[in-house]
Design a protein around this ligand. Structure first.
Ligand SMILES: Nc1ncnc2c1ncn2[C@@H]1O[C@H](COP(=O)(O)OP(=O)(O)OP(=O)(O)O)[C@@H](O)[C@H]1O
Length: 600
């Protein structure tokens, strides 16, 4: 329960809505209480007057008596109706305040969780599964909403109702009150346990459903592989097995559900029978009136839902507490990569320096860079070449401070990047990653991702520089407004890479890092892009990570990485004359051979 205390700030934030909600609840209950009181009065009136009515023999007098009595009954009927309407109206207001408040809190909480996701560093995401991350923002938040909304609402209703009704009942007859209330706690306990069983079963069904969804999703996205390996039957069998398990669980839940209602009805029925039986005896003894008995029967009916909701609310609160505990733990995580208190905003010119940098990925223990040194002057173009897994991408990740090195320092313009504001640092570096990620949005919006205010001409210029403009305007009917992604057009690997390059170019900073982002582009287009880049990068610093040697591009420096350290460096000519790894790679590339070392 203590975990739920974290939500109190929201009750304070929405205090007026909350207090009004409580007031409406109380008013609605007060109006509903009049109904049994009025019924009691009608019964008592009937009891007292029917005997007298039977004794009257004069037809004229009998008629007048009946007329008056009908008027009284009509008055009571209309009053009960008016109170019921008023009670209903305030119940409506109660939901409009308390349930609406819970929706506001849900919205705030989702934003809080989402903002925390944005704050956390890459390491966190590497260590958690996407499914778990998604369930925090969906399932956990909605379970917590059940606490701040329905649970609070029903709990308040139950408490107020119990106090008023039990007081009224005790006023009439304490013994009858005891007997009437006796079965109701059993009802609450039963509901609590049945709810737990239902919840456990629903959880299992939910997990199975998400398993089925994953299988279906993978089958759709991997349909080409499935078909080409003729695995349709095997995949269908796999799906069938998962689907069958889901069906079994659903049937089991349906059985429990089917028992739920009748059990409840049975308990309520028992209560009513007990009330009538004990109450009847009390009436015969003259302790209470028939009106009291009728009043009690209505009270029992009015109390069943509150008792029912005790069990329900208890399991809701329990679930919400578990979810809130997970959320609290998550919200308390401090990202390792964050602004230091004295972090500076910088304007970068593009000087890069890595000094004795050693970096080990925390969750795998793989040391990707060892005692690494590199110095780049503003405006220089540097190529980074090396076999797969040699640490090239890691170098890029360290420059944009996705990770901090365990040893050594990374400096830009002579300043340790740990002393710079993260936003300022990342805003001034264009990083074109190896794995392209495009959003399900228009091509133009994908390109202007870093600068949403960029006009279409700027977008087109960036596309032209990345040699993708022609493809966009000639191949897609809606040009730059074409939506890409699941429900839009599918782009080729090379097209995606070039859109990603255009996104990086449009940002237009002084320092650019291209991480093997021309691997899916054909030789002719590659030549074209390099030609464009040559001009674009004239006054900028660029680090181009690549598998292939761009002999057309005159690099100030080419470094060859192996196992996290520089093994060769120099200009193209210098490296050729070394006759080492670079020279071998160049010779293979010139003769059109695949590089066996690279592919290893
Ligand atoms: N996010 C990560 N978490 C853990 N280990 C990683 C991560 N990224 C890379 N590594 C490991 O660090 C080493 C260097 O990887 P890196 O991605 O820097 O190599 P690379 O030279 O860019 O390779 P490629 O050319 O295949 O992209 C590899 O052994 C790799 O397995």
């Amino acid at each position: 329960m203590k975990h739920l205390a974290a939500l109190n700030k929201y009750f304070v934030k929405y205090k007026w809505r909350f207090l009004l909600g409580l007031l409406f609840t109380a008013v609605s209950i007060v109006f509903s209480i009049f109904q049994p009181i009025m019924v009691r009065q009608i019964f008592d009136l009937l009891e007292q007057n029917l005997n007298t009515y039977g004794l009257v023999s004069d037809t004229h007098l009998k008629g007048a008596f009946r007329g008056d009595f009908t008027k009284v009954l009509a008055f009571y009927g209309l009053t009960i109706l008016a109170f019921a309407l008023l009670s209903g109206f305030f119940m409506f207001l109660q939901r409009q305040t308390l349930i609406v408040m819970s929706r506001f809190i849900e919205y705030d909480l989702k934003n809080e969780v989402y903002e925390q996701y944005q704050r956390l560093d890459l390491n966190f995401f590497k260590m958690h599964r996407t499914g778990d991350l998604m369930s925090r923002i969906t399932e956990d938040v909605s379970r917590v909403r059940m606490y701040v909304g329905p649970a609070v609402m029903y709990a308040t209703r139950t408490v107020i109702m119990l106090i008023i009704i039990v007081y009224l009942m005790l006023e009439v007859n304490p013994l009858l009150t005891l007997y009437t209330l006796l079965p109701l706690p059993f009802l609450a306990v039963t509901i609590y346990y049945v709810n737990r069983i239902i919840h456990r079963k629903s959880e299992r069904i939910q997990a199975q459903l998400s398993g089925i969804t994953t299988i279906a999703q993978e089958s759709y996205s991997g349909i080409r592989v499935i078909k080409s390996y003729v695995q349709e039957d095997a995949t269908a069998e796999y799906f069938d097995k998962a689907s069958n398990e889901y069906r079994e669980s659903s049937i089991s839940l349906a059985k429990t559900d089917a028992l739920y209602q009748p059990t409840m009805q049975l308990m309520i029925g028992l209560s009513v029978i007990l009330t009538i039986f004990i109450g009847g005896l009390q009436v015969m003894r003259g302790n209470i009136t028939v009106g009291n008995l009728a009043e009690f029967v209505i009270y029992v009916n009015m109390l069943t839902f509150p008792f029912f909701s005790i069990g329900w609310v208890a399991s809701m609160v329990q679930r919400a507490a578990a979810s809130q505990q997970r959320l609290n733990e998550f919200l308390e995580i401090q990202p390792e990569i964050k602004d230091s208190p004295d972090a500076q905003t910088v304007v970068l010119k593009g000087a890069v320096r890595l000094e004795n940098v050693t970096f080990t990925y925390p969750h795998t223990g793989i040391t990707a860079l060892k005692n690494f040194n590199l110095a780049i002057q503003p405006g220089q173009k540097v190529a980074v070449i090396g076999r797969t897994g040699s640490g090239k991408s890691t170098l890029a990740q360290l420059l944009i401070r996705m990770y901090d090195p365990q040893e050594g320092r990374v400096e830009l313009d002579g300043l340790d990047i740990r002393g710079m504001k993260l936003q300022s640092l990342r805003e001034q570096i264009s990083y074109v990653p190896q794995d392209v990620f495009l959003f399900s949005d228009t091509i133009a919006n994908n390109i202007r991702f870093a600068r949403p205010e960029a006009d279409i001409e700027t977008v087109k210029r960036a596309a032209r520089q990345a040699s993708i403009e022609k493809d966009i305007s000639t191949q897609f009917r809606e040009g730059f407004e074409t939506v890409i992604g699941e429900r839009g057009v599918t782009l080729s690997g090379g097209q995606k890479q070039r859109i990603s390059i255009a996104r990086g170019l449009l940002k237009d900073p002084n320092l650019l890092v291209f991480d093997d982002c021309l691997s899916a582009v054909d030789a002719k287009t590659e030549k074209e892009i390099i030609g464009n880049l040559y001009e674009y990068l004239r006054h900028k610093t660029a680090i181009i990570i690549t598998h292939r040697i761009f002999s057309l591009f005159e690099f100030d420096k080419i470094i060859v990485l192996d196992e996290g350290a520089i093994v060769e460096q120099g200009t193209h000519e210098e490296l050729l004359s070394l006759n080492g790894y670079y020279a071998t790679l160049y010779a293979r590339q010139q003769s059109g051979e695949e590089d066996p070392v690279m592919a290893s």
